[in-house]
Design a protein around this ligand. Structure first.
Ligand code: 76R
Length: 285
């Protein structure tokens, strides 16, 4: 009996990265009291979003934008609401969206997919039959509950963020998508072993973007030392799944700061970072 080739995934927060370019010349042409009022409004609105733990502001290094605003939400509807709140700010008149990325937080279940298939087959269910689908949904539902904190994350409170999109190769010679599930499972296991050695130094959030954006995944790494990004990504390049099957897009590296510091930022200073207080998540829906 041919088993499905697709690994199960657990899908969580709707995720939007907004990369924004700031029009400094236009800004400096504004009277000081206007600028102050515009910053006060932006600090208040973005401060409210930040206090939920689900939105964060970063100062981007380099030419791909001045700011990155990251949002995790419960639905695409809530994500669009966040986007529209940013759009409605007076500050938006000085900001141009230089790039954005839409994805959904994803936990790939390479480790357990073949076990789930084997259990269902042992019960005599045919792949994709209603009993098969119901049995799989049962297991996934339990995993979804156990993994809830990782599926619905707050933005990790670290100073540096490294975001980039990725594909798995679909070439004539090397094609991830035609490999047997067992081979992909083995390679993803080895990938995970490297990653686990960086636990504590880096927090990674993988989001899936097939059907949503131009690449297949978004990778977010958060750390208090930016060199950790280079070391981790370099080490992974030598690992089979990255060496052969990984394709990368543009990298965005940002420094986190608080909405209350927007005044400093728009006065041309690089704000320092102190993790802002976040409302107790147990009080949130
Ligand atoms: O079995 C396991 O333990 C693996 C858990 C795991 C999955 C499923 C995992 C662990 N990742 C997974 C999926 Mn990852 N990851 C990246 C990059 O690829 C590169 O060379 C660089 C980009 C980094 C730095 C990284 C870090 N990972 C994925 C996927 C989806 C692929 C798919 O489903 O086919 C991609 C594209 C991807 C890429 N990964 C880890 C890390 C780290 C640090 C870990 C360990 C996390 C931990 O255990 O706490």
């Amino acid at each position: 009996m041919a088993m499905p080739a697709v690994p199960y995934t657990l899908d969580g927060a709707a995720t939007l990265h907004q990369m924004l370019r700031f029009h400094w010349d236009k800004w400096h042409a504004q009277p000081a009291d206007e600028r102050e009022a515009i910053v006060a409004e932006a600090s208040e609105v973005l401060g409210e979003m930040e206090a939920t733990g689900k939105s964060a502001i970063f100062s981007l290094l380099g030419h791909r934008g001045d700011l990155m605003v990251l949002h995790f939400r419960d639905s695409f509807d809530a994500l669009n609401e966040a986007e529209m709140r940013v759009n409605s700010l007076r500050l938006r008149g000085f900001l141009e969206v230089s790039h954005s990325y839409l994805s959904v937080v994803e936990l790939g279940l390479y480790a357990s997919t073949s076990k789930i298939h084997a259990d269902l087959a042992e019960k005599g269910f045919a792949p994709h039959s209603p009993e098969w689908e119901a049995g799989a949904e049962d297991v996934l539902d339990r995993q979804r509950k156990a993994m809830a904190p990782r599926l619905w994350p707050d933005v990790p409170p670290h100073r540096y963020c490294c975001f980039y999109p990725m594909d798995r190769k679909r070439g004539e010679e090397k094609n991830w998508y035609v490999l047997p599930l067992a081979d992909r499972q083995r390679m993803m296991h080895e990938h995970g072993l490297i990653g686990r050695r960086y636990q504590g130094a880096v927090k990674q959030i993988i989001s899936g973007s097939i059907g949503f954006d131009n690449w297949e995944w978004g990778v977010d790494l958060f750390a208090d030392d930016p060199l950790v990004f280079k070391k981790l990504i370099y080490e992974m390049r030598f690992d089979e799944v990255s060496a052969i099957y990984a394709l990368f897009g543009d990298f965005y590296v940002g420094l986190r700061f608080g909405a209350s510091q927007l005044g400093e930022f728009f006065a041309g200073k690089s704000p320092t970072w102190e993790a802002p207080p976040v409302e107790d998540s147990s009080e949130r829906p």
